[in-house]
Design a protein around this ligand. Structure first.
Ligand code: 3PG
Length: 407
């Protein structure tokens, strides 16, 4: 048998193969370039190993089934992912491993991934997801509306909690730590959680439900301990930066029975992977893996409305909500440079299943945090009711002031 990784036109059984689409830039023709990836990531190497039998190749070799333009589709046999240990790290070591460094390729980007049911079913996925978050907040239909406490770092716990109280009093359903705040000396996690929990309880007594995501981004060996500390102090939601912690850190939290609160997933650092159109890993792939790892809410971008470079927001959102072998849908989070003036534009694309967050767009309101929160809520109410922000602002002072400030 000739060892040949090209199997162009073969229709792969999606229950038997992990199927990946790569965008490839190379001086090689696209078929050869695809074969280089398939051999490197399955049974081959730069030369023919004398130990590679036909049988090993037939059972475990990857297949290039499409090679067109700059895209190749490669199927990896399910058996390559078998065994009791390995998990998402091993999946990534195969589908997103050495291939990125092959000198015969000038660029490779993992654009899409589909995983067989048998593989996905090893992951419980989100415990709460969209519906669970809506149930916790008793908000069945409208978008969740949140803030990120600003400045990113520097507020001591008391002032931090006062910010959250003001935001909740203005009507926000969610707030969160920023991605760079964890346990710094000026705002230690334990005291921050305890003070925020007190104000969330107070808000609840005042008949307003709100949750706050506490950032416990830390080393793998400490993450469950950090979660325990936060939960013992009343945390209603936890947060991690999934790319710096790693998917397996998120999964460790999601699958620990003691972690019985929703997990908010930030994607800080994703630009290093997603921003180059010719090299890296697309945001939709990160969305698939975050869902498998058990995130309940994931940042996917602002559909062109915010401050961050956008990439594939609609597709990323779809990966969070479409059928995925029984995993619950994940709440898409839009965050980064948002303010009341762009909410309408955002919601036209995002729909109602979204958590809209504004840090500067609340904290920068000229009349303070509570007014900033009200303005965001009013902007969402307007868009939800199909009324323009300008029209709604006529008899909603806080929204009017925000539009005067930012539009
Ligand atoms: C985030 O965590 O998404 C950012 O810190 C958003 O902050 P901003 O609303 O002030 O841009």
């Amino acid at each position: 048998m000739t060892i040949d990784y090209l199997a162009l036109g073969e229709v792969l059984d999606p229950d038997e193969y992990v199927i990946c689409v790569y965008r490839v830039k190379s001086d090689l023709d696209i078929r050869t370039a695809g074969s280089r990836i398939a051999e490197e990531e399955s049974t081959g190497t730069w030369t023919h190993p004398t130990t590679l039998s036909d049988d090993i190749f037939r059972r475990y070799g990857a297949k290039v089934v499409e090679a067109d333009g700059d895209l190749v589709t490669i199927g990896y046999p399910l058996v390559d992912f078998s065994g009791d240990i390995g998990g998402i790290p091993q999946i990534l070591s195969i589908v997103a491993g050495n291939l990125f460094g092959l000198s015969s390729l000038k660029g490779v980007r993992l654009e899409d991934i589909s995983l067989p049911r048998d593989l996905v079913e090893r992951y419980p996925g989100p415990r709460f997801g969209i519906q669970g978050l809506r149930d916790v907040l008793k908000r069945p239909e409208m978008p969740l509306v949140g803030t990120i406490v600003k400045p990113k770092i520097g507020l001591p716990p008391k002032e931090f909690a006062e910010y959250v109280y003001e935001a909740g009093s203005g009507g926000l359903t969610n707030s969160k730590d920023d991605e760079t705040l964890v346990d710094q000396d000026f705002c230690p996690l334990e005291e921050r959680v305890s003070r925020v929990s007190e104000v969330l309880d107070l808000l609840e007594e005042e008949e307003h439900l709100m949750i706050h995501a506490h950032n416990i981004t830390t080393s793998a060996h400490e993450i469950l301990e950090a979660a325990d500390l936060a939960l013992e102090n009343g945390a209603r939601q936890l947060m991690v930066d999934v790319l710096t912690v790693g998917f397996s850190g998120l999964q460790a939290l999601a699958e620990d029975p003691s972690v019985d609160v929703p997990l908010h997933v930030h994607r800080a650092m994703h630009g290093a992977l997603t921003r180059d159109p010719e090299h890296g890993i697309s945001m939709p792939v990160i969305a698939v893996l975050s869902r498998m790892a058990g995130g309940d809410a994931l940042h996917v971008g602002t559909y062109g409305a915010g401050k961050m470079h956008g990439e594939n927001e609609l597709l990323s959102r779809d990966k969070l909500v479409e059928d995925m072998h029984g995993l619950k849908p994940v709440m898409p989070v839009s965050s980064g440079g948002l303010h009341p003036g762009v909410v309408h534009q955002l919601m036209e694309k995002s729909g109602n299943d979204v958590q809209i967050q504004a840090g500067g767009g609340v904290a920068g309101h000229p009349d303070g945090i509570r007014a900033g929160a009200r303005a965001m809520i009013q902007a969402v109410e307007a868009a939800y009711s199909g009324i323009s922000a300008e029209e709604y602002a006529v008899d909603h002072l806080e929204l009017r002031r925000a539009l005067e400030m930012w539009m």
